[in-house]
Design a protein around this ligand. Sequence first.
Ligand SMILES: [Zn+2]
Length: 343
Amino acid sequence: MIWPRCTNTLKISILLAGLCFGNMQSLCSAAESEGYYGELDRQVPSYWPADRRPVTVYFEPAEGVPGYRPELQALVRKAMAEWQAALGGKVVFKYAETAAGASLVVAFTDDASKMQSQDELGEAQMLHDNNGIITGRILYLTKPPSWSTTSTLTDRYFYNLALHEIGHALGVTGHSANTSDIMYYRSQVDDKREGLSAADKATIAAIYRHPTLATANNGKLVKQASTAYVGVAGQINDASKLMQQGRFVDAEQKLLAAQKAEPDNKAVANALGALYASLANFALLTRNYPLAGQYFAKSLPMLEKSGNKAGVKQLLNAYVPYLQMTKQNEMATKMMQKMQALQ
Ligand SMILES: [Zn+2]
């Protein structure tokens, strides 16, 4: 049985090799006890910060999804408990009955086209700021796709898959090179093996042991934003590459720097508007409604400033239902008027 390749798993995460910045050298030298921590991409602080724990989990209703059975949700909960134990309870998962306020959404689908990459059986998309993970969404496929060498999703197969994606959702940005680890990027799943390896446990413990990462990263971002200005077109180009890598925080820094240099530049405003619109949509997907609202509100004036009417229309098509759903009626009316004016 072939496990999905996970090349695309962390679209919304930020990836960069190496970690040992400056004063962290001494911590990093204890590599043997840190599993594959040193091999991970740790450009942003990818972990749940203390003030965003416990992690509140919401399961999207999946009854009726072909291939779904209630045991799958039970296996996800069991997998969360195994990671929680590996972390000594540092990160606790709590289950919510409603989507409101949940920080991690777990969903199931039998439609492989809903995955970012067609060769995955599961994916975790996480959104970060400089303090850590804000919100995320795990999507599991209930039916092995056509390329798979297995036709049924056995409990053990799914359990290992569940563990793998939860590892990403906890902040394992990247994969292990060792086939015996659950975070190996492509696994021969056999029915003899189950659960986290010693290296998996050491790695997650290391991720939550390094409290200075956020500070180190903040320093890095500030430095990046103040590097010599090389022209707006270059900045937009760089930002769009960063967005493709899911490095939204870095992309925003680049674009804000470009905007500072040329406040009236329409292309910069358009790129910022598009960035915030993507983040609003992602926040909606993970049901983080307050965050979605913030990004919608940031996106609209940028797109308007850019003169991108099609972009404004597209944004309003998502913004108006959001405002109605969150009962912000006055604002919804205002936005509908804007929409009509665009017709
Ligand atoms: Zn993966």
